[in-house]
Structures are given as structure tokens and as C-alpha cells.
Design a protein around this ligand. Sequence first.
Ligand SMILES: *[C@@H]1O[C@H](CO)[C@@H](O)[C@H](O)[C@H]1NC(C)=O
Ligand SMILES: *[C@@H]1O[C@H](CO)[C@@H](O)[C@H](O)[C@H]1NC(C)=O
Ligand SMILES: *[C@@H]1O[C@H](CO)[C@@H](O)[C@H](O)[C@H]1NC(C)=O
Ligand SMILES: *[C@@H]1O[C@H](CO)[C@@H](O)[C@H](O)[C@H]1NC(C)=O
Ligand SMILES: *[C@@H]1O[C@H](CO)[C@@H](O)[C@H](O)[C@H]1NC(C)=O
Ligand SMILES: *[C@@H]1O[C@H](CO)[C@@H](O)[C@H](O)[C@H]1NC(C)=O
Ligand SMILES: *[C@@H]1O[C@H](CO)[C@@H](O)[C@H](O)[C@H]1NC(C)=O
Length: 553
Amino acid sequence: MISPTRLFKFLFAGLLLSPVVAQSTSPFLWDQLTPSQDLDWVECYSTFECTRLQVPLDYSNSSAGTAALAVIRLPSNASQAEYLGPLLFNPGGPGASGVDTLVTTGPSLQVVFGSQYDIVSFDPRGVSYSTPVASFFETDAERALWNAGSLPTSLNASSEAIPTTWARAHLLGQLAAQRDTSGILTYMTTDNVARDMLQMTEKFGYEKLQYYGISYGSILGATFAALFPDKVGRILIDANLTIEATETDKVLQSFFDGCAAAGPDLCAFYEPTAAAIAARLAALTASIRAQPVPVITPTAYGIVDYSFLRSVLFTSFYVPYTLFAPVAEGLAALEGGDGSILFSISQTTPPFQCDCSNATEPFHLNNAEAVVAIQCGDAVEVTDSLDQLREFYANAARTSEFVEFLVGANRFSCDGWQVYREGRFLGPVAAAHTSFPLLLLTTSADPVAPKEAALKTLAGFPGSAILTQDSPGHASITAPSICTSTYFRQYFQNGSLPAPGTVCPVEASLFGAPANSTASRRAALSAEEEEVLAALKIIGDSVRPLVTRQFQL
Ligand SMILES: *[C@@H]1O[C@H](CO)[C@@H](O)[C@H](O)[C@H]1NC(C)=O
Ligand SMILES: *[C@@H]1O[C@H](CO)[C@@H](O)[C@H](O)[C@H]1NC(C)=O
Ligand SMILES: *[C@@H]1O[C@H](CO)[C@@H](O)[C@H](O)[C@H]1NC(C)=O
Ligand SMILES: *[C@@H]1O[C@H](CO)[C@@H](O)[C@H](O)[C@H]1NC(C)=O
Ligand SMILES: *[C@@H]1O[C@H](CO)[C@@H](O)[C@H](O)[C@H]1NC(C)=O
Ligand SMILES: *[C@@H]1O[C@H](CO)[C@@H](O)[C@H](O)[C@H]1NC(C)=O
Ligand SMILES: *[C@@H]1O[C@H](CO)[C@@H](O)[C@H](O)[C@H]1NC(C)=O
């Protein structure tokens, strides 16, 4: 959800710098595995097992053909008596590769949830190593050229921003429809992915799903529960995405408040009061709007302009514990005419180079295309005129200062989408009775998944429970919390739910200043809890770039 059409192809690339997603994924030749109707595991990625599971493209029409899902697991080491079956994991996106993510996070997920589980993930149909793969472009060069034109553009950047964004969405919608030779776009909707999860569960010999989903993974989990309420074993959904940006400005406020509290040593953009920091940021923004700053780093080059500045700020709202301090430093440098720090936060990859031959086969880096295909294909068709979209944007802008990257853009990106399947699931995302309660997680201020959205979902699934993690940012992965992970583990292992009103603190602080309460809690951690904390950090580092990566195309 929530995918501005023209935003940061590259923000996630910058965030990928430290984490591990790309490099530890040693090549595994998926195309050499024969798709099978059973889980025929083979060794892969050294300690994992992989299989390609054949599923019907259309569960109500077997003549529509099949897809082959790339499925991976980190097997449990438990004895048969203690084995608790498969725990399926979806890291979000939509369109993120579950396979790549599990390779970096599998062992850590097993630490958090327990080694009695097989930790399982998969590339959703149409995504990455699952075939057929959704692709709108014929070559890597063509894709790179399109993406170069999709550099972060705030809908508020100029009077042309809205019409240009609208036109690009229409162009992309036509292109996608024309080039969908495999027909996969029709079948990539979330309801079908939920059906695939049921298939996987049954192939494991289990009747009910055990599932952990983050960000878009929440939509997938809730859709499963609505479609198959009697197949819910455990469903943990972490961050309920929505199009209402009601908490976005709260996260911005936490930047101002946190910086003022952290002091000049920890926050480079420090002023004695939050209001003074806000004013300083407004002045800097106005000056950059008037005069953008060109930047050349050793590996890349570009322009820090109004859109760029706003989009880096908005990205930091997802991951404040990681980005507030460097962003503050970048803002201070930018005042002095040096855009390199801010630029490096988001753009670290060299300019695209290629020999301009056709895309290398098998092609699988299609997350940018998958995000559009899934979120638009899931939705009610948008048929707004440009004027209606303008009005929609103007109304939405009343809820948040940063709506330029959210509501408006999300709606824009699907205006012009053409491939809709009749009979797709359009809600309600609810069920009067599920075979086990869901567990929902919300943070205290999430830029794209406010608590009120989670409360709506909670109301739709009577008996379910909600846990609040006391931290700004998107999903529990914004910062590690032993308290949160203990509830997660208990929910899976013995089914217990947090009491109503439970709020968990985190083992981290904004701007890196260890708050006294955090410090004393840290000092009291057991060796086992230290191990969990380390695991949570690995999961966070690996998944955080995926959840901000929605801003592509
Ligand atoms: C089933 O799929 C086939 C192949 O795509 C198609 O020709 C046929 O019309 C479909 N049948 C129904 C009932 O949708
Ligand atoms: C399985 O692995 C975990 C974590 O590595 C370990 O603590 C546990 O003792 C192992 N269990 C068995 C049955 O080998
Ligand atoms: C989240 O909340 C909205 C309500 O704003 C709801 O429509 C949507 O289905 C929910 N999605 C999930 C479970 O992520
Ligand atoms: C690229 O692909 C197109 C269409 O598949 C084909 O006609 C063309 O010969 C290919 N070009 C190169 C350089 O391989
Ligand atoms: C758009 O930018 C102008 C000028 O910087 C600002 O005053 C206004 O609040 C912005 N509007 C939105 C909706 O972001
Ligand atoms: C679940 O496990 C936790 C410890 O892991 C324990 O404190 C709690 O009482 C257990 N609940 C039930 C219902 O067994
Ligand atoms: C944190 O503790 C130190 C001494 O342990 C104290 O000097 C300081 O004032 C405390 N800070 C806060 C914010 O309570």
C-alpha cells in the first residue's frame, strides 16, 4: 500500500548499505529446480532448504495454468514430539522477496519464536524467484531509465508534479497491461497469496496457518483470516497499513522533541526547543526550494532539492531510531551548502551502467513492479479524473504535512491501472469468529499504520488482542524490544495474549541517547535476552529497508 508513484527508487538502496540482504544471498539456481505439487526440499543457501511449489494461478479455474512459488525454510532442530510445524513469514513490500529476507533473518526469527518451528518464507506469486514473474520492462536498461524518471517527487514540488505523476501512472498502467504476456498480473492479488499460504500449510501436513507478517504482511495475514477464519492457528500482524496519515506528523514532532531533548552533542540540528527546531527546518526547506544543492560523492551524484529533502525526512519517519541522528547531521550540513550527508543516506549506488543487451535471465529483481501490481490489483478500480485527484489530494493534505508521499500518491499510482480480476476479495477484512485470536501490534506513532487502523481491524476480529510498542516508527522492527518479543513468542508457543492496554518499552532511544530507564533495563538483561536482542537487531536491519522500499516507480 501507500506507494507514491515517483519516489525513491534509491532510498532503500542507501539503507541497504549496512544490512545484509543483498550480499549474503549467494546465488541459488531456482530455475534448475523442477516445480512440484509437493514440498520437495533441496539444500540451498548452505543451511536452508528450498522448493518450488506448483499452485493454480486461478483457484477456481484449473485451466488458467499454474505458478511455481519459490519457498524456503530454515528447518527446526526439534524432536518430533516438540516440533511445532511451519511458521510462515512475510516481510512486507508488497513485492519483497521472502526468500532473500529469510536467508538473512531465518536464524534470528528462530531465536525469537523458538527452534521448534520451521521458519518458512516464500516469494509471493509474480515476485522475484516465483514464476511467472511480473515485469513491465524488456531490459534492465529500460527499467533503469524509467526509474531514473521516478526520482522522488513531492506532489507539492511544483504545479506540474501532480499532472506529471498522474500521466506517468497512466503510462505505466498501459505498459503493464500490454506487456503482461504471461498473464500473471491478473492473479497476483493478496487473496490468491492467502490461498497459496493455505496450500503451503496443508502441504506441511497442517490444517491451520501459523504466520507472522510485517507491514503489507499485515494485510496478507488479515486477508487470510477473513477468507479462512477456521484455518487460523496463529496470526501475528505487525503494523496495520492504511491510507490515513493520522500519526505521520506525530513522528515528525518526535524528531523535534527528541532532538531538543538529546542536546547538541547527539543532535546536530539542535535548538533549545522543539518549536525552534521546527522553525529551523522550515527555513532550510524554503531555502532548498529556492536553490537546490548539487552533490557529488565518491560513488554517486545528484541534486538535493525540495522533493529530495522531504522524501529523506519522510523515510526517516519509518525508521527514526536508525535515521534521525544522521538526518539531523545531514540537515545541519545542508545549511552550510553541503548536501553530501543527506544524499548519502539515500543514494549510495553508482549510476546505472549496462551493456544495453537484454535483461539477464532469469530475471528476478522486480520488487518495484510487484508493489504496483499487487497494491493496484487488490484495490477498487480508481477512475478519478485529474481534477478529482487534485481535490482528493487537497483534502488529504489536511491530515498530514507529509501527505505528498502518502495518500495522494497512493491513489495516483493506481489511477490508470488496467488489470483487475473479477471476483477478487474486496473485503470486509473481518470475521465474526476465527479458530484462534489474532495478535496485532502497533507502535505509538506509525507514519503509515496508525493505531486507529489497527483498532478497526481488531474490531473486525472479535477476541483478538492488540499490543502497543512505545516507539515512533513503522512496525515493531523500528526498534528492538524484549517485552514485545516475549509476547510474540508466548503467543506462538502457548497461545497467551497480552492483557488489554499492554504497552512495551524498547531497548533503544532516539538520537542514540540511552534514556536512564533504557540503560537500567539493559543492564538487567539475561544472556538469553541479550541473544534475543541481537536477533531482533538483525531482523530489524534486514526488514527496515524493505518497508521503506515501497517508494519506487
Ligand atoms: C478458465 O481459464 C481459461 C484459460 O485462461 C479461460 O479460457 C476460461 O474462460 C476460464 N474459465 C472461466 C470460467 O473463467
Ligand atoms: C536447537 O537449536 C537451539 C538453538 O540453536 C538450541 O538451543 C537447542 O538446544 C537445539 N535443540 C536440539 C533438540 O538440538
Ligand atoms: C488497516 O486499517 C484499515 C482501516 O483504516 C483497513 O481498511 C485495512 O483493511 C487494515 N489493513 C490491515 C489489516 O493491514
Ligand atoms: C532482446 O529481446 C528482443 C525481444 O525478445 C529480441 O528481439 C532481441 O533480439 C534481443 N536483443 C538482444 C541484444 O539480445
Ligand atoms: C506545499 O508547499 C508550500 C510551500 O513550501 C507550503 O506552504 C504548503 O504547506 C505545502 N503544502 C502541502 C500540502 O504540503
Ligand atoms: C506462556 O508462557 C509464559 C512463559 O513463556 C508463561 O509466563 C505463561 O504463563 C504461559 N501461559 C500459559 C497460558 O501457559
Ligand atoms: C540519568 O542518570 C544520571 C545519573 O545516573 C543523572 O545524572 C541524570 O540526570 C539522569 N537523566 C535523566 C534524564 O533522568
